[in-house]
Design a protein around this ligand. Sequence first.
Ligand code: XMP
Length: 319
Amino acid sequence: DWTMAEFRATKIAEIRAQVGTSRVICGLSGGVDSSVAALLIHEAIGHQLTCVFVDHGLLRAGEAEQVVSLFRGHYNIPLVHVEAETLFMNGLAGITDPEAKRKFIGKTFIDVFEAEAKKIGGADFLAQGTLYPDVIESVSFTGGPSVTIKSHHNVGGLPDRMDMKLVEPLRELFKDEVRDLGRELGLPDVFVGRHPFPGPGLAIRIPGEVTKGRCDILRKADAIYLEEIRAAGLYDAIWQAFAVLLPVRSVGVMGDGRTYDYVLALRAVTSTDGMTAEAFSFPGDFLPRVATRIVNEVRGINRVTYDYTSKPPGTIEWE
Ligand code: XMP
């Protein structure tokens, strides 16, 4: 008879056995997975853990502030907040290939970590919130030949030069189980219930080149979409909802003038583990209302579309 309370106790013992008296650095992404991993490890080894939150400038509106206040304010867990937006934006300039973006972001993340690890005196272990679906999806596509669909930013191990071992206490869990564990650990409900957010962040929601300007446009539109979803009481019925900024311009008309601006795609899916998904059916007047708000309130977008593709054959993210 397996419960989350038992899982928690077992993992705490395992983490203590694995880590001993060594120091651990945990990378926070702002999402549920890395937050739950950090809380669990903190419970196991207390001050031996330092969290490092690399703000790559690819987060949603308000996310960095929420992470910092939760960890420093609510839990009083040592947290290093690295503001690395410029580094990431400069490096992303000119990159349009999805895998190249993922690889650049993953590698740069590790570079920043390595530098921070050195600054705080080093650590033997790096903790990550890798889940079971991350492990299998980055290895092969179920049933098919061994093809990499997407290089997940939080799996794949570390470059040898880093000389750090991995602590991944959530590797056997699916998302709903991580949420149960989060509740078990006292993580606030709004945080536990958050939709998944990918490590490479908004970069994989902007097909084509990623720039700060495009990220800012996408952040505004995404915030309006999520605000409306919450206001309609639909947030918890949806596995994941987000906007995608397409690098395509279309002609529109506003007032007396012609516009020539970006197209936005809205996505919302239901799923139990992220491995398969169905497009969410919104009530009739919801999407037109959101489209009107976004076009009126976000400069740079003059057309909004909805993505009805299920997974498979689509993936949840666009890249
Ligand atoms: P896809 O797009 O492959 O996404 O259908 C499945 C789930 O995984 C999330 N995702 C990621 N999460 N690092 C993550 O931590 C990543 O690199 C990554 N790529 C996709 C995606 O948001 C969805 O929940």
